[in-house]
Design a protein around this ligand. Sequence first.
Ligand code: ATP
Length: 316
Amino acid sequence: MNADNVIEVAGLHQRYGEFEAVRDVSFEVREGELFALLGTNGAGKTTTMETVEGFRPAHSGTVRVLGRDPHRERRAVRPHVGIMLQEGGLFPDLTVAETVDLWRDIVPGSRPRDEVLEQVDLADKAGVRTRQLSGGQKRRLDLALAVVARPRVLFLDEPTTGMDPEARRTTWRTVRGLVADGATVLLTTHYLEEAEQLADRLAIMHRGEIRVAGTVAEVLAGHGDRIDFRIPPQVAVADLPRVGGAAPRVSATSAGPVATYVLTGRSVQAALRELLDWADAGRLELAGLRVRSASLEDVFLQVAGHPAVETEEANR
Ligand SMILES: Nc1ncnc2c1ncn2[C@@H]1O[C@H](COP(=O)(O)OP(=O)(O)OP(=O)(O)O)[C@@H](O)[C@H]1O
């Protein structure tokens, strides 16, 4: 194991009976890094996370956390690890302060309650019973319990699910603070923006496998530029031109149908010129015209085998 790697997963396979839920998954998380696992539903993120957390043994492959097997050497690993589960088990009649105190009694090396509540932005809710908290506040209390002892390694399984955008941003600030304080974090999420905002590196899983991994820039590299515009009402989809050798893909949006040209390895400038020549010739106004790089969402949809991307493949 490389000494900089706090988490190492190599050739991991997991099965439920005959079904192989995780297939040959490998990744490392270095000290002080935040690594995000993204993926389609049922991709195997939670199964991978639970294995790294030590809740289940690897069917085959190697998993190491702080150099140890998190399942077999659980007693040695557990004190250094904070786990925020998808469904936290809070007692409804306890207040926020009582909940944190209960946890502080169990976890060795706990920090003062006020410091923990401050960190997750729940200081003003200390006297409120947990059943009266909003969904987002409950998730933040789950996070508080995971970080009571300032763990070296933090596992966050969908930490902001059910939060409104503002609560999500507050939680991102908290997570950034934990990373700045030196925590190494493995996070699963369905929110691409969350990974873009927080992750030093990420992996996108589909059907049990890691399909793409790297920094956001590495993951986006090679996925091409895009030209989008709203299709003018007088133009039929079949009459849209090929530009830069690419056929358009069409998607429905609330503002009407949008055409997107995916220009992998082709000159955007030349394609744009062709498109504008076509528009000028037909005296068309291309509303919402924009040129952009591929986004994480584009890559995600491609990994997930989204049908709209097939046009791009067909053009190669
Ligand atoms: N206890 C189980 N028994 C049988 N199959 C399971 C079990 N738990 C998970 N699976 C299956 O394994 C696959 C991976 O599930 P997992 O929960 O790891 O995916 P995920 O990426 O976390 O999905 P989601 O994003 O939907 O939460 C899915 O097809 C799921 O149905």
